[in-house]
Write a protein that binds this ligand. Sequence first.
Ligand SMILES: Cc1ncc(C[n+]2csc(CCOP(=O)(O)OP(=O)(O)O)c2C)c(N)n1
Ligand SMILES: [Mg+2]
Length: 799
Amino acid sequence: MTTPAPGSAAPADLAPDRRACLQALERKVLWLSSWMIHNANHLRPNRDGLKVGGHQASSASVVTLMTALYFDVLRPQDRVAVKPHASPVYHAIQYLLGRQPREKLEAFRGFGGAQSYPSRTKDSDDVDFSTGSVGLGVAMTSFASLVQDYVRLKNLIPADGAPGRMIALVGDAELDEGNIHEALLEGWKHDLRNLWWVIDYNRQSLDSVVSDRLFNPIDQLFRAMGWRVVTLKYGKRLEAAFARPGGDALRQWIDDCPNSLYSALTYRGGAGWREHLRRDLAGVVGIKELLDEHDDDALHRLMVNLAGHDLDSVLEAFHGIEGDEPVCFIAYTIKGYGLPFAGHKDNHAGLMNPEQMAQFQSAMGVPQGAEWDRFAGLDRPAAELERFLASVPFVGAGPRRHAASPIAVPETFPVPKGSGRHDAGQAGMRLSTQEAFGRILNDIARRTDDFAARIVTASPDVTVSTNLGGWVNQRGIFDRRRREDVFREQKVVSAQRWSMSPDGQHIELGIAEHNLFILLAALGLSGPLFGARLLPVGTLYDPFVMRGLDALNYALYQDARFLVVGTPSGITLAPEGGAHQSIATPLIGVGLPGLVSFEPAFADELAAILAWAFRHMQAEEGGSVYLRLSTRTIAQPERSLTPAMREAIVAGGYWVVPPGPDASLAVAYTGAVAPEAIEAHRQLQEDVPGAGLLAVTSADRLHAGWRDAQRARRQGDRAARASVERLLGALPAEAALVTVVDGHPATLSWLGAVARHRVQALGVDRFGQSGDIPDLYRAYHIDTDAILEAAACAVLDGV
Ligand SMILES: Cc1ncc(C[n+]2csc(CCOP(=O)(O)OP(=O)(O)O)c2C)c(N)n1
Ligand SMILES: [Mg+2]
């Protein structure tokens, strides 16, 4: 895609009154962002004694950059991730644009108010990407640009519109986050376009001043990744001073000035600058004159005139970009610029005290009582500013969030047949849930409908080993350019065909799991971001869900919709050993909001769950879905699921063998341990007549249903009953439950609380190790004998 970045009017086109309006608004954004935080901390009643907080210094740092972007440079199709602690700046800008009511600002950091960190779902003023956990929003822009290419190259959105730029406003310390580097490398592989990262190079983090000359490695890093780097260092006033006699020495002095000293002098003000320049540049022709011409205030203003606070420099830099290559702007700024604690190393969480705020208010010319006024204290008439704001290109085209119509999902998927040998004593052919998943996708790949066309898969270098190979062979790998499969051309025999083209529907990633989840976040927001709904499916080894966990959490926090498959899982992947065996992931599945998790045992269950999942991913009140699958091949039941059975599977569980009226025991199992549970149950029949066998396909769904029913009853709906309550209501109250799962036992142990049954909870709560399934199941007490032992204990001893 070579379409140039849109809307690049040269700064010369900027009529003088527009520049004046921008300058006035810049001032107002600084005021409002500071006031919003002050109001939250000092003027709102505080009921709990907690510091409310907010970041006046971090906000002040990006006021000029964000003023230039939002009021001039951005176009409606652009999408922005704002560094989390600049949330007040974002909300102030939206308020000025008439897209955020005053009450939200007054309630900043309060319940129902503007959020502490920009939130797509909780804020009402059109946040493009949520931020908060530093680094993730930045990476999100990379993957959003990949998704934009994906939907454009496939003509899923009208081709006539210009592509948007995906823009991140990045804190300099944010670059310490490893996920940014993972995203950079991955982005290089995918030849990303239309991506801007604007680094707020204020040389301060939370605790301290960052290392000197950090810009060097940053510059080199981005260039090495194929980015263009634009450094905005000195503002127009300093540049003019550099052109005077002695200017070179002055520039050299600032260039050489350690970050800490520059920050400290910024805090001290004019006298400090004077003292140092007089001493360090004594005898340099022109310096004395320069110092004499400037009083302390003027000298201070000159010395802090960095380009990131110089509107003209910033506009020039942004408008100077043509073409669609990724650009990194290193914008020199000062943390707390324009505020009394500018440059102070401890200013991250610093707040102006009431006296400082009063002084600031008077310096800003804002009359008492007019603090929320959009234009009070500005040197332009309100009518002119209103006219200017009405002409801001960013908001010119109406709502920026797209509505994307749902994709019809097939009612059911054919259940893949097992293969291999019949097991003695066990009916049906053998199959693993992972293989069944691959086969169902393989079948979907043969479809010619829109449903199949909208599925996009992704995997961090485990495509083949998570059984996506068949799908990829048919649907191909996505790449902006067409590339043939060299092995195939060279007639090297392989089961995998890896041709790449813009038509491909699989995005192959490097190993970094963070990237998978952030890509899923971007793919899962393709509808609202770009207007084309996608059905993303990501696969990874289940233990490595933990590696990508913050990114998964981030994706869900933004209400991105996707299906993630963790496979293989548990100690069941036996010989691979403890480092590859997941234990806590079932609890992650239960614990994460916005994610419904399932762990089916059989292929027919999986088929039913998948059909539901693709609908749930698209439902208004739906969410994402997580499947925990296994490579263990187990005998498949010979049955044909009725609609009621499918419903029960999706609801979270069903009685394989309902308990008899006098049953004293039931065994409840999840996932790959089904054969052990079935066998234990068979052996129990003689001694414990009427014992039940409960299949739990989703502890998450059962638990959520239970909580919903409890809440409904508290709210007066006395008849509300959860499916798990109906299921366990069939088991006499004196009976015991033995639960078993290849994962943490807390996944199922709560079942005992539903209808007050005694519980023996089996599961894995120690790190695993290499072995085969019989050895490991025995060692970790999830084998048939362990179930029988637990049953005996429960029934005979009553514990
Ligand atoms: C993953 C994560 N770790 C820690 C934090 C806490 N934190 C918030 S801002 C910050 C420092 C950020 O410094 P920088 O990116 O330079 O931003 P500045 O405030 O200087 O603009 C830290 C450590 C966080 N929000 N996210
Ligand atoms: Mg910083």
